[in-house]
Ligand binder design. Structure first.
Ligand code: UDX
Length: 435
């Protein structure tokens, strides 16, 4: 199959490289010439384990191409994927679909013969209908079918998620389009990956409902963690105790500083708007948005409380800045709020993150970015573990203790054991663990 992928952002690039690896011929298209030049020179603009090698292999095999010129690739394509950004629109929380609609117009002018148009970006319910209408208006009589095919991949595990998904969701009622989609994903079906073929609107909603539900799960366990602190319980044991119930499931029950990233904050907000506009308020999602936003701020208070209510003039070291490990993504990262609030309370900040310091440096002032974890904690009054990178899980604790000015550890990811830390002489605070 021939695939044109519009947008070389996270989803576009990973999906393009993986489809090429499945054996299809994929052309990734982006208006940003510098991005395309970089990709053609083998440089990957995002941090994603394994992606560089996957791109290089498929470029070498002449299955993967990068260009700013959409003409030939779209004309020849069996399927054109729209994987452009859908940021939150300023002011109203809706997803901004202007890039999706601009791409639809452009595609309509270029397709020849039956072409499947796939929305891969997370788009509100009804966007497929709108793309369809725009294309019909732009080129009456064109032979195409608009399909929804949401992506569920996680940053840091994107290639594995693409190649071994829990399911593939395809929103179409058109048999020809369904056939093309099944062919595109054929290698997965050999592994018995379930495919859900449904109406377009349902498929669009599945993506939001999935992300919304996961955000609920995280926010729920975060609130239970607070309760554990108040009543003398341990949230990790609660998570295990409830997660072994198959109806609940053990994943996404790690209490922490609140969810961040490019998807959950944006998608929960958009889902709330979709509900509101449809006259069907989503009170649980609204509460999740509010509770999660408040939680990030509350994490700075936790640090301040640990320091007896005063961090003025104190040096606080942060380990981890990215919203989660194995990414340089700083979008909606809890570290941003935590640092701002600690600075406002008069603290000096040192920080180390294995991948996200360049990104972070664009977002914050007066932070001393360090060369490694031990450099970051040098002479600090406290260390706060914000992101659970593997390298922070196995720190030399004797060295940590002798490098810090005072042995204060605030572990927002519960990667150390309370009793062990106390025995070693640390003053240790974690999340939702009264013991
Ligand atoms: C998420 C979805 O998992 C993915 O299916 C969708 O396509 C995009 O959004 P991603 O944002 O890459 O992926 O990260 P994920 O690993 O899901 O984590 C999201 C946030 O939740 C992070 O801030 C993480 O720290 C937090 N989280 C996750 C928790 O606090 N506790 C958990 O148990 C799980």
């Amino acid at each position: 199959m021939r695939v044109a992928m519009i947008g070389t952002g996270y989803v576009g690039l990973v999906s393009g490289a993986c489809f090429a690896d499945f054996g299809h011929v994929v052309t990734c298209i982006d208006k940003d010439a510098s991005k395309i030049d970089a990709l053609n020179a083998g440089e990957i603009p995002i941090f994603e384990p394994g992606l560089q090698q996957l791109v290089a292999e498929n470029v070498k095999e002449k299955r993967l191409f990068f260009t700013t010129d959409p003409k030939d690739a779209i004309r020849e394509a069996d399927a054109v994927f729209i994987a452009v950004g859908t940021p939150t629109r300023r002011g109203d929380g809706h997803a901004d679909l202007s890039y999706v609609y601009a791409a639809s117009e452009e595609i309509a002018g270029l397709i020849e013969g039956f072409t499947v148009i796939v929305t891969k970006s997370t788009v509100p319910v009804g966007t497929g209908d709108e793309v369809d209408a725009i294309m019909r208006k732009t080129k009456p009589g064109a032979d195409f079918s608009v399909v929804s095919n949401p992506e569920f991949l996680r940053e840091g595990a994107a290639i594995r998620d693409f190649k071994r998904p829990d399911r593939v969701v395809v929103g179409t009622e058109d048999e020809r389009a369904e056939k093309v989609m099944r062919e595109l994903y054929r290698p997965l079906f050999l592994n018995e990956t379930p495919i859900i073929v449904t109406r377009r609107r349902t498929s669009e909603l599945i993506k939001y409902a999935a992300n919304g539900f996961l955000a609920v799960k995280i926010t729920f366990i975060n609130e239970i963690a607070d309760l554990c602190e108040s009543v003398g319980a341990n949230v990790q044991e609660v998570s295990r105790g409830i997660g072994l119930d198959n109806r609940i499931g053990s994943k996404f029950l790690h209490a922490g500083p609140g969810y961040g990233g490019s998807c959950f904050p944006k998608d929960t907000l958009a889902l709330s708007r979709i509900g509101h506009d449809a006259g069907s308020e989503l009170k649980i999602i609204d509460a999740v948005i509010e509770v999660n936003a408040a939680r990030k701020k509350k994490m700075a208070d936790k640090v301040i409380t640990h320091m007896n209510g005063d961090v003025a003039g104190k040096t606080i070291a942060l380990l981890g800045l990215a919203f989660k490990p194995n990414t340089d993504d700083m979008r909606e990262a809890p570290s941003i709020e935590i640092i701002a609030k600690l600075q406002a309370a008069g603290a000096k900040i040192r920080a180390y993150d294995p991948a996200a310091m360049t990104e972070a440096s664009h977002l914050m002032n007066d932070v001393l970015f360090c060369d490694g974890p031990y450099h970051a904690i040098e002479n600090a009054d406290a260390v706060v573990i914000v992101t659970e990178w593997d390298q922070f899980r196995a720190l030399d604790l004797d060295r940590v203790k002798s490098t810090l000015k005072a042995p204060n550890v605030i572990d927002l990811r519960n990667i150390y054991q309370s009793d062990d830390m106390l025995e070693r002489g640390f003053s240790y605070t974690s999340i939702g663990r009264a013991y």
